[in-house]
Design a protein around this ligand. Sequence first.
Ligand code: GLN
Length: 263
Amino acid sequence: MPYALSLTHLYPDYLNLYGDTGNLIVLRRRCQWMGIDCTVNALSMGEAAQAGCTDLYFMGGGQDNDQVAVVNDFHQLKYDAIKADTEVGVVFLGVCGGYQLMGNTFLMGNGEETRGLGIINVNTRAPGTDVKQRCIGNLVAELTPATYADMQTLYAPHRDIPKTLVGFENHSGQTYLGDGVEPLATTIAGFGNNAAAEHEGARYKNVFGSYMHGSLLPKNPHFADYLIGLALRRRYPEDFVTLPVLPDTEEWAAHTYAVQRYG
Ligand code: GLN
């Protein structure tokens, strides 16, 4: 029987900056190429989440007001199910505004504080309304050794994969990691979590936050496969799932170009 995965796109009509929906397109297409039966469902305003129904959540970026628009709905209709799922290892990827929202608090540029979702122990503060203080530009970062080592177990036979992630960031919020949360990667070029931190993104269990738009997964096929692999290994724990190697000629060309130009 072929493997199957169910993916959930949270608030696609509110949180989708800089082509973030491309991340879902990549996941679905790579699953098709690998012979994995993949369905994608949107879950937006007014729709309740149910625990145990999905293998992977994705939430894209948004402007401050888009984040504020969805936060009450999230607390009322989605929080319990998604918190329960992520605590048992369901995969969650949040990009930029979506990443910020997954944290405990988000202090916006206008000085108002929004209670975040508390899915991951991070806090975000915007320095002010001065646009010069935004973190904008290309971002190149090196995966932490633990995540990279785990990623290498995805493929049999062994595949040589880069340690780098590449993307584009544009945010005023500065994110600070709390206890129990590891960075996703060490920053080589660009800012990442905050202007002083020298690290980018966060990981807690299988919950990932990243400041990389661009979108993230088309130029980082190893990270896309890692999310698919984690979701499959959780859903099919009796198998130690490995993934077929896709050619990815254009994907690696785009990745390598970004590393060489900005890294
Ligand atoms: N509103 C957030 C900020 O500027 C997130 C922006 C984004 O998702 N690119 O910090």
